[in-house]
Design a protein around this ligand. Structure first.
Ligand SMILES: Nc1ncnc2c1ncn2[C@@H]1O[C@H](COP(=O)(O)OP(=O)(O)OP(=O)(O)O)[C@@H](O)[C@H]1O
Length: 298
């Protein structure tokens, strides 16, 4: 059942504090959605409401057109921010228990737990207590807990925090694989380079509100891209009136903020050559981190 996860108009207050204000977005089947925002922006609150461990004051979460109920919630793979494993229970025993809780029979659950613990590099820790594992390995087990019951939606709260680079690669591959199977995947993260690399779309949240939403490329070029030209004269405003040029800063390197939908880079190059040699002609697009800083400081 590949249906989009729809978060529709969530509002949530903790006493006087407005934690979410009309939080709205969707995650399509097969899509990896990055949920980013400053500390306290409302990401965990949104994810907890998706899972039903917290209720919203208003708004709704649906899978396709079906409001999420207890039965649908069992089909979500969730990794909470406050990791929820029993420290004194063995890895294998605990994961098998969780898989059975989600409706698998014992054989199915054990097979799935073996497969996922091996895949996530903690197969050899099957009989160890969770408390005896390093934090990174506990995190791998936590991801296994979100995956063992073969979920139809993945909701992961900061799954990459504290992982070593190899574990980051394994985690990234798993998310891509699950998305390729056609399930919606949403994760929160402060590692924006990773979000930029991995996500099809991104939502940037500040103070409980969705402030920017779109593909990584669309967000990065939202305010235009910059063309950098080195060589031509900088004492004549030769680029100001060209179509698609929004702003021009003249210096040793001339920086032109341009609208990518309108600008003709060859026309700009020709105009530049009319004003001297061109030694370097390149575009620069802000990183997601630059974008993020701009959105949260607005
Ligand atoms: N149980 C609670 N009682 C009161 N306030 C809360 C509670 N849980 C969260 N908050 C507040 O709600 C706001 C949103 O918190 P939330 O944990 O959703 O943010 P977040 O985006 O996940 O932050 P972080 O990136 O730091 O994990 C914050 O101001 C937080 O202090």
């Amino acid at each position: 059942m590949n249906a989009p996860l729809i978060v529709d108009g969530l509002n949530k207050r903790y006493g006087d504090l407005v934690a979410l204000r009309d939080m709205t977005f969707h995650v399509d089947p097969g899509e990896i959605f990055g949920f980013v925002g400053s500390n306290g922006a409302g990401k965990s609150t949104t994810m907890r409401i998706i899972l039903g461990v917290l209720s919203a004051d208003a708004g709704e979460v649906r899978l396709g057109n079906r409001p999420i109920d207890l039965d649908l919630r069992r089909r979500i793979g969730y990794m909470p921010e406050e990791r929820g494993l029993y420290p004194k229970m063995k890895v294998g025993e605990q994961l098998t228990f969780l898989a059975k809780l989600h409706g698998m029979d014992t054989a199915e659950a054990e097979e799935s737990v073996r497969r996922w613990t091996d895949r996530l590099g903690v197969g050899s820790r099957y009989d160890d207590n969770v408390a005896d594992l390093s934090l990174g390995n506990q995190q791998r087990v936590q991801l296994a807990a979100a995956l063992v019951h073969d979920p139809e939606v993945l909701v992961l709260d900061e799954p990459f925090s504290g992982l070593d680079p190899v574990a980051v690669d394994v985690m990234s591959d798993v998310l891509k694989e699950k998305a390729a199977e056609g399930i919606p995947v949403i994760f929160s993260s402060h590692q924006l380079d990773l979000v930029q690399r991995l996500c099809d779309r991104v939502g940037i949240v500040t103070r409980g509100e969705m402030r920017a939403l779109g593909t990584v490329d669309a967000l990065r070029s939202r305010d235009g891209i910059t063309l950098e030209v080195t060589g031509p004269r900088a004492d004549v405003a030769w680029a100001d009136a060209l179509p698609g040029v929004r702003e021009a800063a003249y210096g040793e390197t001339i920086r032109l903020l341009v609208d990518p939908d309108v600008v003709d880079d060859q026309q700009i190059l020709a105009a530049a050559l009319d004003h001297g040699p061109v030694h370097r002609f390149t575009t620069s697009t802000p990183s997601l981190t630059d974008m993020f800083r701009e959105v949260v400081s607005a």
